[in-house]
Design a protein around this ligand. Structure first.
Ligand code: IMP
Length: 187
């Protein structure tokens, strides 16, 4: 096998525990891609992701979709240094293309309180897409403050703050090929 071992990544030693391994992630993304390809067959599908956490997931998901599909990215920054936003976000990069009349699938790495996503969905809905649905890799349902209808869900997570597969802690660990919990002293 030419694939590098997960343990060869610097930073893996900072994990207390791996929650979702590489093969499990691959399998789930394949399943999501197949379901999306079935459901959107014959439609003008546009994936929209939020920078930066979603980049790995959306890149893999895009390749697992077997029907014609486009992709666009939106950039946000939360006001204040707090890890958890309060739903007040600033657009730092808008979409490149109009979404009016298109079938938009919003792709998120993790939904926690749902505040960020609900703000973004409101913004996008106002632009008149033909449909607007949500695909999320990690759903922290217990933390939800706003009810959000999720069309495609990868995994449900508990309370823990996770890193890897695009997710960061202070901009580190996005490159880890697994999703895990950091050792307490690393937070
Ligand atoms: P929400 O507005 O509370 O749903 O926040 C969602 C955002 O918080 C995500 O897009 C992530 O940027 C961040 N976030 C929430 N939980 C985690 C986590 O466990 N690891 C890394 N980032 C997280």
């Amino acid at each position: 096998m030419s694939e590098p071992l997960a343990t060869s990544h610097q930073g893996m030693e900072d994990l207390a525990r791996i929650i979702i391994g590489e093969e499990e992630l691959r399998q789930k993304v394949r399943e999501l891609g197949a379901a999306i390809s079935r459901d959107y067959a014959g439609k003008d599908l546009l994936l929209v992701g939020v920078l930066r956490g979603v980049i790995i997931f959306i890149a893999d998901l895009l390749r697992a979709i077997t029907i014609p599909v486009s992709v666009d990215l939106i950039g946000i920054s939360s006001y204040g240094p707090s890890v958890k936003t309060h739903g007040v976000v600033r657009l730092t990069k808008d979409l490149e293309e109009p979404i009016e009349g298109r079938h938009v699938l919003f792709v998120e790495d993790v939904i926690d309180t749902g505040l960020t996503l609900s703000y973004l969905l409101r913004t996008l809905r106002a632009r008149g897409p033909a449909s607007l649905r949500v695909c999320v890799l990690l759903d922290k349902r217990a933390h939800r403050l706003i009810d959000i209808d999720i069309a495609y869900r990868g995994f449900e997570l508990g309370d823990e703050y996770v890193v890897g597969y695009g997710l960061d802690h202070r901009q580190r660990y996005r490159n880890l090929p697994v999703i895990g919990i950091l050792k307490p002293e690393k937070y």
